[in-house]
Ligand binder design. Sequence first.
Ligand code: ATP
Ligand code: MG
Length: 270
Amino acid sequence: MVRGARWLKRLREEEERVKDADLYKTIEEVFDSATMSHIYRLEARGVIWELKGVVSAGKEARVYWGKARDGSDIAVKIYLTSSAEFRKSIRKYIMGDPRFEGISTSNYRRLIYEWARKEYRNLKRMGEVGVRVPKPLGVSGNVIVMEFIGEEGYRAPLLVEAASQLSLEEARSIYVDVVGQVKRMVCEARLVHADLSEYNIMVYEGEPWIIDVSQAVQLDHPNALDFLKRDISNVQDFFSKLLGGEGLTDLYSEVVPCLREEGLEPQGST
Ligand SMILES: Nc1ncnc2c1ncn2[C@@H]1O[C@H](COP(=O)(O)OP(=O)(O)OP(=O)(O)O)[C@@H](O)[C@H]1O
Ligand SMILES: [Mg+2]
C-alpha cells in the first residue's frame, strides 16, 4: 500500500471512531482523487511525508498537521474544490488582480489551483521582506504546504483566543509588532492582506504570526485601498479594546507615504 493510502486509512478510522457521519463524508470530499494525486506529487517531492490529524475544518479549506521527510512539522492546507460558497467569496479578490488576467472564472477547479498558488506566492513574497508568516514549502493543485506554527500537532492560539491570557505589556508588544508587520507588508511586499483580523493572526512564543494570505492583493488592485482601510480598522479596533484605548499608533498615516509612491492618492483616514 502506498504511504499516502495508509495514512488516509488511519485518518478515516480516527474520524469513524468519533462516529460522526458528517465528518466521515467530509474526508471523502476532501481527499477526492484529484486532491490525492496532488498529495502524491508533494510526497514524491519530499514535501509531505505523513498527514497526522486535522487542525482546522472550515467551509473553504481543511488544515492538517503533518510531517515532512526531514521530520519537521508541516501544515497542509487543502482547499475544498466542492465548496460552492468559495466561488462567490473569491471572485471579488480575483476581479481586477492582474495576476489572474486570462483565467476564466467558470473553470472552478483551475481557479482554486490559482488561488492556492497565490497563497504560496504571497507567503513567499511576504516572508522575503521579513513579514512573519509561515514559510511556504510547496504547492500542487489545491494543496499548499507550509511551516507549522505550534508544537507536536498543537497549533498556536489565534490572537482572538490568546487575548484574555495576555498581560498588558505582552499585548502592547504584540500590537507594536503587528503594526510593523503591516507596514512591511504594504511598503516592502507591496501587498494588502485584505482579511486581516485577530482571527488570522496566531500568537506563538509571544510573537504574532500572520496567516491566511490567499486573498492578499497587490497595491495596484482597484480595491486595495478599501481592503487596507478595513484591515487597519480591524487591527485598531481589536487592540484599542485590549489596550484600553491607549498607545495606539496612527497606522494608516504611517503607510500613506508608501501608498503615494504607488501612485495611490489616499484621502481621509480610517
Ligand atoms: N501554518 C499553520 N500552522 C498551524 N496552524 C495553522 C497554520 N495555518 C492555519 N492554521 C490553523 O488553521 C486555521 C485555518 O487556516 P486559515 O485561516 O489559513 O484558513 P481559512 O481559509 O481561514 O479557513 P476557514 O475556512 O476555516 O476560515 C487557522 O485559524 C489556524 O488555526
Ligand atoms: Mg482564517
